[in-house]
Structure formats: structure tokens, C-alpha cells
Design a protein around this ligand. Sequence first.
Ligand SMILES: C[S@@+](CC[C@H](N)C(=O)[O-])C[C@H]1O[C@@H](n2cnc3c(N)ncnc32)[C@H](O)[C@@H]1O
Length: 510
Amino acid sequence: MTLSIERPSLEQLAALLLERAGLKITPDGYYGLRLALQARMPALGITDSAEYVGRLKQRAGEQELRSLIPLVTVGKTEFFRDTRQFLAFEKNVLPQVMERGRLEGRQTRLWSAGCATGEEPYSLAMVALERGETPATADVWATDLNPAATESAARAFFPARRLVGVSEERIARFFKEVEGGYELVQPVRDLIRFEGHNLAAPMWTQVQAKSLDVIFCRNVIIYFDQPTIVGVMERFYESLRPGGWMFLGYSESLFKISTRFEMVEVGGTFAYQRPLQPNRRAPAPVTTVVRPSAPPPPQRSPTDVESVLRNLKRQAAIVPAPPRPSAPPQPLLRPRPPPRKTPVERLAEVVEAIEKGDFPKALRTVRALADEEPDDLAARLTLGNVHALMGNLDEAREAYQYALSREALCVEARLYTALAEMQGGQLEDAKLELTRALFLEPTLAVGHYLLGQVNERRGDNDGALRAYRNAISQRKQPKHDLIGHFPDLPRSNEAIAQAAQYRLAALSER
Ligand SMILES: C[S@@+](CC[C@H](N)C(=O)[O-])C[C@H]1O[C@@H](n2cnc3c(N)ncnc32)[C@H](O)[C@@H]1O
């Protein structure tokens, strides 16, 4: 099917996405927009972009817009995104899984799930090549829902501006300059297979049980609702070999999702590991620390894979956190320094300070955390919230904007911005932000409730009544756990429905 995608349609589409979802797409991002259209237009049997945009503008176009939006953010990826995770992968995880593959006489298999335009799997392949791996020893499987993204990735061509994050040394070794940009050299390309794959499908026919050593699935599950994430994690668990590793995006976690994985601190970051033995009871995820500087494991028989893994595990010190029922305590090789606080623990301190009303302490702690962990969405949003609570509305807006620049579809950033605008009396802006949040997540009860409040303050009683009724009708929807902390916000859908009932009653008495 030949598609015609014209510049005016891209401009109209960018305007529509800004209006409805608050997504700012500059002409620099039209490339991503074009890729998204290449995926969606054939799905609707449309060949002309003007017709597609016309369809979106109709009332029934809302559903299509929701299908388009995740694809539009496809450009949000970069080479070696999150340096700390890549260092942990390079120094700790890859050597371990390569050794295991070698001992078992097979390829080591890595999966970049939701690979977008290829920056992530190419980064994995570069690290593997630096270790001297070849297609005989390592395989990188790179998949995405968006066929236009994987097609673009397979071309292995990147304009110079997309090489941010790649060292001069790596550019010299792995890229060759071509007209308009750079192309990856053949040895990097030879390690990777690009394919289409829908992670949200209930069964993965392309993936065998216990066949993978490492999964990178970063900044993808943000698009899924909770039941989908639970299903995806179950399938990831089944596809990993026991002892295999999984990396999620910085602001993503398995909290309240899965207790089957162990959460392991590796080289100053966190990864999830499928335990060698399944957890008998379902404990909270166990936290262990892998120390990169630990001495090498003792000599072993070259074929005893279990003992290699046990020795590698011996380099791990179990942090006192929830003890694992089946694992006896591991001997420590050296006196253990006090464990570094995890971002989650540091954020818990911030929440405690907020709840005590100690905003200066909350601000100090959360600012340091957000500076050190620029990808930590919860820290960034909470930073904005602390600023808002202290009346620093400009700083609050700046923090939310930053969060949106990392995650364009961050519903919480919209919601908290609306709260800040309400605080500053900017009711039209608050309404716009809430409309965008609700466009992205129509079942967000707290969003409907706040919209009711904004409408009341704007003197729009009908709008307020509608919004409160919508809030009440979300009562049976699964609860959305908001990223970031804002005190006194009703969190359960039941509490929100009750608050909305009171407002409805008060409004009808007027
Ligand atoms: C923000 S990009 C993340 C790219 C890369 N993993 C990273 O962290 O830089 C998210 C990708 O997830 C893909 N995606 C969204 N839903 C998906 C699904 N159901 N199955 C597979 N990929 C999906 C999108 O097409 C997009 O390319």
C-alpha cells in the first residue's frame, strides 16, 4: 500500500495532539509522527494523510487518537539511555550471562522489548561487541509494536543529532559517516534481529519458555494498564531462564505487580532477576546487592552451571530487608558498608517530611534525589509538589514540564500542574490540564473530581455536576496509583466518589 503523507497533515496532526493530549511536537519530531502514521494508516485502510487527519477530527476519532498517541512518542529513546543501567549491564550482568551461555555451549540471548527506532538494542550490541562477542555467542532480539519503528531501526541510519550519548570512541568504532548522518557498521547489525511483536497480546507465540538471558523493557509498560502489566510480567518471567535478568525503565517498578522476581542492586542501579529456584511462598521482592568490586569466584568445574551461578551469587550480600524463606544467609566476603539508600527509600523520607509539614527538609532531600536521578519520575513530580506546597509555583511548573519532557504521556504531570494552576487561581489553565489528563486516562477518578472543583470555581455548575457524576461512575474502576506524592489527595476511588457525592448534594441545594 503506497502512502501519501504530506507536510500540512503533519502540522494539523501536531496541532491536534497539542490540543487534546498536550503533546508538543516540533518540526524536529515530524519524523516520529510520520512513522506513527505509517503504522496507523494501513490499519484503517487509509492511504492519504489528509483523510486520516479528517477522521481523527470526527467525534469517533477519539479512539483512534488513543491508538496513535503511544506510537507518536516512539522517538523518545536514545543510545545508552540511562548510563547507570548500561554500566551495570556491561560490568555485572553481561559477563555473568555470557559465561553461563559459554558453559552451556549456546548463544546468550538478549531481548530489547519495545525497542522503538533501535537505539537500545544497538547499544546492547555495541557493548557485546566490545567484549568480543559474535553472532555465534550472542543474539539481540529487538521487537516493537510499531512496524514503522522496527523498519526504521533495521535501516541502521541515524542523523548526527541522534548520536547524543555515544562516546567519540564508539562513534569511531561502530559508525560510518554517510550522507546526512551515520550508519552502524555491519558487525553491530549482524548481532540484531528486528521483528514486530505486541507485548500486550495475551500469548507470545514467538517466545519460548526459559529461552532468554536478559530482557530490556524500558519505558514501555507506562502505556499499559495494571492488568496488562501483570500479564506482561508473567510472560517475561516465563521467558527468562532461571537466574536471568530484566531491566525496566527508571520510573517503572514491580511494586504491587509481581513478587516472583528478586530486585537486585547492581552497580548502583536496580534490576530484576528470576530466582534460580522459584520463591515457595510469595514474599515481597527480595533486595540483594551485587558488588562489582568483589573478588572473582573460586575455581569451578567448567560444566557446572549451577555452581557458577551460586558463586556469582556469593558476591551478593543480602540486605536485611525481607528475608527470603528458601535461601540460607550467604557468607559475606568483607565487612559490609552501610547499605546505600535506594531512591525508593529516599523518596519515602521525603514523603515522611511532607507529612510532618517539614517542607524545607522535604525539598532538600527530593531536590538532591531528582538531581542525581534525572530519570526518576516519582522524584521529579514530588519535587514539583513540594514546590507547589511551598507556594513556588514557577518552580513547580518547571518540574512538571521536565517530567513531561522525559515522559510525554505522564498523566500525573498534567494532574499536578492542574493543582498548581488551581492554587494560583489560573482556572482555565487548570481545566485544560485536567482535560488532557482525562483524555489520556478517561477513568482517572481524581481527575474528574478536580475538574468538578475547577468548574465550580469557574461558575460552570453544569460542568461541575457532569464532572462529579463522572468521578462517581469510576467507583468500580481499578485504582490508579499516582506516581509522586501529594498530601491529602483522596486516593481510593471510593473516597473520591464519596467526596464527589457531597459536592453534588451541596450543588443541588443551591
Ligand atoms: C518510549 S519508547 C521506549 C524505547 C526504549 N525501550 C527506550 O527506553 O529508550 C516505547 C516503545 O514502546 C512501544 N510499544 C508501545 N506499546 C507496545 C506494545 N504493546 N508492544 C510492543 N511495543 C510497544 C512503542 O511503539 C515505542 O516504540
